[in-house]
Write a protein that binds this ligand. Structure first.
Ligand code: FAD
Length: 621
């Protein structure tokens, strides 16, 4: 049976990748359908109730700068906000917020339901409709067929998902949801390289059985951080406190006693897990010399007693989970509401993707999120936005777009994935970016919103707010450059009192701002600006203080850009490049990089090989 209407874009899966993909496609004007197994779980957080963190917060701000929903949803659903690395340089500062799961999910759902050009439909997709080498739609479990010019697949941990608790295991997409088996089988028939990865989650605890009096408190920041460039503190719900406890020697003994029934250590799980987010049994084995690990006790929301103990993700048998949890301070009488578990699932080698996130083997089919070997809501959301945008652009007959490594963490992540692939769940870190002084959270809008507007992703309200901010920054910079403080004046005396250094000769406020000891809030007391927006003041200060470093990095970027974006024609015959070894030419043939920059980052491709390729291309042209 065929559905009554055709679409430009169908997005399969309503997790973090799928919801951003659907919203992005629809924002550009494409007629879009979001098909998900269960409408109730749109925007659901499968694991920890938190958004952001180092590297991840950067992605969220970039998604926001391009009109995405994640930052706005967490502003409405965040119950504790913090700036991590606050004392370090602005490049590595990152926002993190604890979420009320229900409020977060509700905010995402409301955005989806109110997005023009977007339809929602609840069904499980079981098959792809294919004509020749292109996808033309999908088929669902009830036999309903939907046609579209492009399909974005964002099935998360659901493809061939298998849940493990101790030596028991069963099929599942995540706790409480069915796995996608038919679709996984179908995808395995296609020429994609498939692998297995795994991830895990801790048991959830009934907060009424925790003795909070014994735990260390952890409060959010004041002033309260805001995630979205369109957000405000007033949108945040009631803020609450988190807590910290620790594992101890007894906890570790109990964990060790259960290792023989661990699916990981008994070899039942084949998939590789996230190295930077290991299970507690993994930590106990790998860091045997440590007799304690910190556990963050995070509330799951304002209207539930459920608690997420961050740091004890496990797939040990239930009896071991129950016992080791009760050894921790404050958890002596803890009752489990949901057991911890690990999940193994199919992922596809991202080297089979183009920069647009369209697959190389099937035209019109895009992959985004966990199925590309990444882990995390933020990584998924960022890919979803790019895949949704490019699916829409393909349907509209337009060129695809993806930011470069020098423009955004989104660009770094996609470039890493498609050039190097991944053998373990990939998560974002600031250390992955070579130009991280440029790629700060605070300037994500200045880097991307103008481009987002040109792509049709940014609505009028966001554009107006952005233009006002950009203008205010220029105005303030102009005013600070014009206002001078002369030595031996009352103002100079005040400056000395504030910052502890004598003003020896006259200086403009802009020059003074470059000094490390001078803070912008006090500096503004010398200008006649009535009220300056916090974001504007922060931006002017960062640009002034880091101008030298930022300029140097920009020079470096300009130097490398010439070859970085040099397009490699689709039909390059690598076997004809003289001097190139068979191994290298085979590698390039298999991976078909789109630019010289991408080719240079494929493992095993040497600078000498790139020079040979460049000579070949020059001869050809
Ligand atoms: P998901 O959020 O999984 O969404 C997939 C969506 O697709 C769901 O809505 C599902 O219903 C739908 N769907 C699936 N198949 C079909 C189909 N055939 N038809 C229609 N709809 C379909 N991340 C971390 O960063 N750290 C962690 O420690 C961590 N631990 C995790 C532990 C567990 C047990 C799980 C399940 C996940 C964990 N994650 C963790 C990963 C995090 O949940 C994902 O990275 C993130 O949710 C990925 O987003 P996504 O949109 O790709 O997929």
């Amino acid at each position: 049976m065929k559905f009554q209407k055709d679409f430009d874009v169908i997005v399969v899966g309503g997790g973090h990748a799928g919801t951003e993909a659907a919203l992005a496609a629809a924002r550009t004007g494409a007629q879009t359908l979001l098909l998900s197994q269960n409408i109730e779980t749109l925007g659901q957080m499968s694991c920890n109730p938190a958004i952001g963190g180092i590297g991840k917060g950067h992605l969220v701000k970039e998604v926001d700068a391009l009109g995405g929903i994640m930052a706005q949803a967490i502003d409405k659903g965040g119950i504790q906000f913090r700036i991590l690395n606050a004392s370090k340089g602005p490049a590595v500062r990152a926002t993190r917020a604890q979420a009320d799961r229900m409020l977060y999910k509700q905010a995402v759902r409301t955005a989806l339901e109110n997005q023009p050009n977007l339809a929602l439909f609840q069904q499980t997709v079981s098959d792809l409709l294919v004509e020749g080498d292109r996808v033309v739609g999908v088929k669902t479990l009830m036999g309903l067929e939907f046609n579209a010019r492009a399909v974005v697949l964002t099935a998360g941990t659901f493809l061939g998902g298998r849940i493990h608790i101790g030596l028991e295991n069963y099929s599942g997409g995540r706790a409480g949801d069915a796995a996608s088996i038919a679709l996984a089988d179908r995808l395995r028939e296609l020429p994609f390289r498939v692998g297995r990865l795994k991830t895990g989650t801790p048991a959830r605890i009934d907060g009424r059985t925790i003795d909070y009096g014994k735990l260390q408190e952890q409060h959010g920041d004041t002033p309260l951080p805001v995630f979205s460039f369109m957000g405000s503190r007033e949108q945040h719900p009631r803020q609450i406190c988190c807590h910290i406890t620790r594992t101890n020697a007894e906890t570790h003994d109990i964990i060790r006693s259960g290792l023989d029934r661990s699916p990981m250590y008994s070899g039942i799980i084949e998939g590789v897990g996230p190295r930077y987010c290991p299970s507690i049994e993994d930590k106990v084995v790998r860091f045997a010399e440590r007799d304690s690990h910190q556990i963050f006790v995070e509330p799951e929301g304002l209207t539930t007693n459920e608690v997420y103990p961050n740091g004890i993700s496990t797939s040990l048998p239930f009896d071991i989970q129950y016992r080791f949890i009760r050894t921790m301070l404050g958890f002596e009488n803890a009752e489990i509401i949901r057991p911890g578990y690990a999940i193994e699932y199919d992922f596809f080698d991202p080297r089979d993707l183009k920069t647009s996130l369209e697959t190389k083997h099937m035209n019109g089919l895009f992959f985004a999120g966990q199925i590309n070997g990444t882990t995390g809501y933020e990584e998924a959301a960022a890919q979803g936005l790019i895949a949704g945008l490019n699916a829409a652009r393909l349907a509209q007959g337009l060129e695809s777009w993806c930011p470069g490594r020098e423009e955004a963490y989104i660009g770094v992540m996609i470039d890493d994935l498609i050039t190097r692939g991944t053998s373990e769940p990939y998560r974002m870190f600031t250390s992955r970016a070579e130009y991280r002084l440029q790629l700060r959270e605070d300037n994500a809008d200045l880097r991307l919103t103008e481009q987002g507007r040109a792509l049709g992703l940014v609505d009028d309200a966001r554009w107006r707010r952005f233009e006002e901010k950009r203008e205010a920054i220029t105005n303030l910079q102009g005013k600070l450059a014009k206002k001078w403080i002369r030595a031996e004046t009352d103002e100079a005396a005040l400056a000395e009192q504030l910052w502890g250094k004598k003003l020896l000769k006259e200086a403009s406020l802009m020059e003074m701002l470059r000094r490390p000891e001078v803070d912008v809030d006090n500096l503004l007391r010398f200008s006649d600006e009535a009220e300056v927006d916090e974001q504007v003041a922060e931006q002017v200060a960062i640009q002034a203080k880091y101008a030298g470093y930022i300029d140097r990095q920009q020079t470096e970027i300009n130097r490398t850009q010439r070859y970085e974006h040099l397009k490699l024609p689709d039909n390059v015959d690598y076997s004809l490049v003289s001097g190139l070894s068979n191994e290298v030419s085979e590698k390039l043939k298999r991976q078909r990089p789109e630019t010289l920059g991408q080719a240079s980052r494929i493992p095993g491709i040497t600078p000498a090989a790139i020079s040979l390729l460049l000579v070949h291309l020059k001869k050809k042209s």
